[in-house]
Design a protein around this ligand. Structure first.
Ligand SMILES: [Zn+2]
Length: 483
């Protein structure tokens, strides 16, 4: 069954000039064939430049933009190595850099701002192909589950030779009066949300013309009052004399479900973006997490909260996600996302420990609450507390032999109890050994029912800053130092 729909139309706003050229030359040919030949040979007129035809396709699901009327983006088209520049308007603060438009990659989902370029209120993008080429097609791809799927823009092109040529026609400058030629107007606002593709091709011949520069004048979706800036995923410009195009494929979904021995817990491993890690994860990662997840649940019980019996582990290719390159993993509800690069590099290092840390978060935050009261109005502990709990269980219970959370001569002077992660884990270990054995359970209970700093005094007889100072003192003494 195919969900894709498409339609084509000849562009109504295309000026008649190319057609006139054709007609003129056609007449000319009958009369003076030699003259025409000379015109062509000298490159003064491009005979093949006919009015453009815009094909539009859309699909509610991920078909890599392949529809009845459009093909998937190419990864080796002329835009791949071109220079893209914003010459009018402001990119949205959540937008990906312009590189996302010609990196040969498409977003992973229908709401993936980090993989799309989008303006805040429209704007203009200038593409410099480096040299004039015979442009065969211009295509634009956008993807969103709502109003940001629709494309609404005009595209111009130029070879830069016109006397009146303005290389960067900014806001308010009419490109057609500045040496640019209107190629087409694209409007996909009639289509349903999902993947939208528009492909601009010549009506006749193989080329839209010989151009070095392409200008996209992108407007907001006129049918929407809000969220009306298009999530552009990719822009292709193909060279009539270029290499055979390599089209992006829909990624293969690789999912595996594992059940615990007692069938109480189920784990889904999604290795679609890192197939090479599937086997290692199923043999080395999942079994350890299956062993520890029920243990952690038992360690951190909260009356009225049932931790999820299902976890999804996704190995994500984060190389393209700005700001995600250095994040090893994160958890949200009962979903854990691993940075595939990190896991690949840390197979025999920190990978599994990072998994233990994340499943602690699933216990902390991924449970189903049976009593409403617990969810309403209570104060959550600061993140240094919840990260400290996750790292305590990892470094002091799961892998104490790795001594990953030690306070040493190297870090003792800067160490503060609320530094989060392993430093806080070390502080918790000290509190557990010296004051409160039941600290992990109590902190997790407070995570669910309400946290306040007064609890520390209640549990240990000392305030949190006092405990922090004692812990620091103990470490300095152990290392033979003074404050
Ligand atoms: Zn964490």
């Amino acid at each position: 069954m195919s969900f894709s729909v498409g339609h084509e139309y000849s562009h109504g706003m295309i000026r008649q000039a190319p057609r006139l050229v054709n007609t003129t030359i056609h007449k000319f040919m009958k009369l003076r064939p030699h003259a025409v030949y000379l015109l062509l040979a000298s490159g003064l007129v491009s005979l093949r430049a006919g009015p453009a035809m815009v094909s539009i396709g859309s699909s509610p699901t991920n078909t890599a933009f392949s529809t009845e009327t459009t093909q998937s983006p190419a990864s080796n088209d002329a835009a791949t190595g071109a220079t893209f520049k914003v010459i009018a308007g402001t990119p949205d603060s959540n937008s990906a850099p312009l590189a996302a438009l010609h990196d040969g990659n498409i977003p992973r989902s229908d709401d993936d701002p980090a993989s799309n370029f989008f303006f805040s209120g429209g704007g203009r993008i200038l593409v410099d192909l480096g040299k004039p080429i015979d442009v065969a097609t211009i295509a634009s791809y956008s993807w969103h589950n709502g109003s940001r799927s629709a494309q609404f823009y005009q595209v111009y092109a130029a070879d830069g030779s016109a006397k009146e040529f303005v290389p960067e026609p900014g806001a308010g400058v009419d490109p057609e009066k500045s040496g640019w030629k209107l190629i087409a107007k694209v409007d996909t606002t009639a289509n349903k949300p999902g993947q939208h593709a528009a492909s601009i091709a010549p009506n006749t011949g193989q080329s839209l013309g010989c151009f070095r520069y392409v200008l996209f004048d992108i407007q907001k979706n006129p049918k929407e009052a809000r969220f009306n800036d298009t999530f552009f995923s990719e822009i292709d410009i193909t060279d009539a004399n270029g290499p055979t195009l390599e089209r992006i494929q829909i990624p293969k979904i690789i999912k595996q479900v594992f059940a615990s021995k007692d069938k109480q817990f189920h784990y889904t491993l999604d290795a679609s973006e890192a197939p090479d890690l599937q086997e290692w994860s199923s043999k080395n990662l999942i079994p350890v997490l299956d062993e520890w997840y029920p243990k952690i649940i038992a360690m951190l019980p909260v009356d009225g909260v049932v931790p999820s019996h299902e976890i999804t582990f996704t190995l994500k290719d984060t190389t393209r996600v700005p700001g995600m390159g250095g994040v090893p993993a994160y958890a949200s509800g009962n979903s854990v996302v691993f940075n595939a690069n990190f896991m690949r590099a840390q197979k025999s290092g920190e990978a599994i420990g990072a998994g233990i840390h994340e499943v602690v978060h699933v216990v902390q935050f991924g449970g189903r609450r049976e009593r409403q009261a617990q969810a309403v109005g209570h104060l959550r502990p600061p993140t240094w507390v919840t990260e400290g709990v996750a790292d305590y269980i990892r470094w002091f219970l799961y892998e104490p032999q790795s001594k990953g959370a030690e306070i040493t001569l190297r870090n003792v002077h800067q160490a503060k109890y609320d530094d989060s992660y392993r430093v806080t884990a070390n502080f918790f270990d000290w509190v557990i050994k010296n004051h409160e054995k039941d600290l992990m359970r109590k902190l997790n209970l407070a995570t669910n029912t309400g946290y306040s700093e007064n609890l520390w005094k209640e549990w240990t007889g000392k305030t949190l800053p006092e405990l922090g100072a004692d812990w620091k003192q103990a470490n300095l003494a152990r290392l033979g130092l003074r404050e």
